[in-house]
Structure formats: structure tokens, C-alpha cells
Design a protein. Structure first.
Length: 197
């Protein structure tokens, strides 16, 4: 399965980055996730319970972060096993870009599934993955708003202008986007888990 998308987050890059590096926030934003723990440098153990059509199971797996170009882009590789329900594996790439309302996260996900999941049909799996991504973003947005409810939009605007001015001479890629990298990570992982689920 291939999926791509983008999302605007209405917080400063620094705030988004902090949230994306908070394992508890990520755990609470991935539907069905009951485990999201750092096990090694840039490697997380993840546990997710999901249901796609008639197949429901608990999946456990690993998410590894690679190609880290903080604060601009990120890649993650994931794999999960769900017993007789099947397995899933894949990769996701995320990049962050300045946006007048905060930051824009762009992501791509490529994954494959096997076992009973593979028998469900691509349309059902694709629909479940897209639904998971939307659910994750909704939860993540709510978590950001709850944590940064008093976020000053003026400081957000100033921060983006500062990044643009600082990067204009060097023609660098995106502004401070580490937080979006983690978000992409979670979205990719969530999409994969849903697919895997």
C-alpha cells in the first residue's frame, strides 16, 4: 500500500518537536496503541490492537528512525507481527516545511501486509489506513492544543519569519521541522499499524 498526505499544525516548530519526542503523547495519539517505548537509539517497541473488517488482533513490532536530517526530514522503517492475523512492514518518509499558520508536515508511506490481512482486499486496507492517519492527526492536534492552549500566534508568526529570513541567504530547505519529523513518524507508524492490523 502507498499513501501520502500533508497536514498543517498550528503550533511553533519547537512545540511540535517537543510533542513528537514525547512517547506518551505519541502513544495516546495512535489508535489502539498500548506501547510506544524507546528500546535502543532511534528504535521504538510498539504494541497496537486493531481491527480491520473481520480481522482483529494485537500487533507488536518495532519502529526504527533513519536518515535523520533534523530539523527538516526523517525516515522510519517499521515491522509488526500479529500471529495468524498476519504481519506488516514498510517505510515512511516525512519532511517539514514552513507555513504561515505553523508548520506543514508532508509524509509518504509504503507498506506491505501478509497473512489474513492480505486476504481482505486492498480497498479495505487502504480505507483503514487513511482512517487511521486521520484519527492520528485529529488526536495529535487535540494533544497539541491541550498542551499549548495559550500558544501565542504572534510568536508563531515571528518564529516562522525568523526561520525564513535566516534561511533565505543559504537557500536551505525547510525551517525548524524536527517536530514534524516525529509526527510523520507517528503517522507513518500509525498508518502501517492500521495496515498491519
Amino acid at each position: 500500500m502507498d499513501m501520502q498526505g500533508q497536514r498543517v499544525l498550528h503550533v511553533t516548530p519547537a512545540q511540535a518537536w517537543d510533542a513528537l519526542n514525547d512517547a506518551e503523547i505519541l502513544k495516546s495519539c495512535i489508535p489502539g496503541c498500548d506501547k510506544f517505548e524507546l528500546s535502543d537509539a532511534n528504535v521504538y517497541n510498539v504494541g497496537v490492537a486493531i481491527k480491520i473488517g473481520p480481522v482483529s488482533a494485537k500487533f507488536s513490532g518495532k519502529v526504527s528512525l533513519t536518515d535523520i536530517e533534523a530539523p527538516n526530514s526523517y525516515a522510519l522503517n517499521f515491522e509488526a507481527q500479529g500471529g495468524v492475523a498476519g504481519f506488516g512492514k514498510g517505510e515512511s518518509k516525512v519532511s517539514l516545511h514552513p507555513h504561515e499558520e505553523g508548520c506543514e508536515l508532508k509524509y509518504t508511506v509504503h507498506s506491505t501486509v501478509g497473512g489474513k490481512l492480505a486476504q481482505l482486499g486492498q480497498r479495505l486496507i487502504d480505507g483503514a489506513a487513511k482512517s487511521l492517519a486521520e484519527d492520528f492527526f485529529k488526536r495529535f492536534d487535540e494533544a497539541l492544543q491541550a498542551k499549548y492552549a495559550a500558544s501565542d500566534s504572534a510568536s508563531l508568526h515571528t518564529e516562522n519569519n525568523d526561520h525564513s529570513a535566516a534561511q533565505a541567504p543559504s537557500n536551505s530547505k525547510a525551517a525548524s521541522v524536527p517536530n514534524w519529523v516525529w509526527l510523520a513518524l507517528v503517522v507513518g507508524a500509525g498508518a502501517v499499524w492500521y495496515l498491519v492490523g
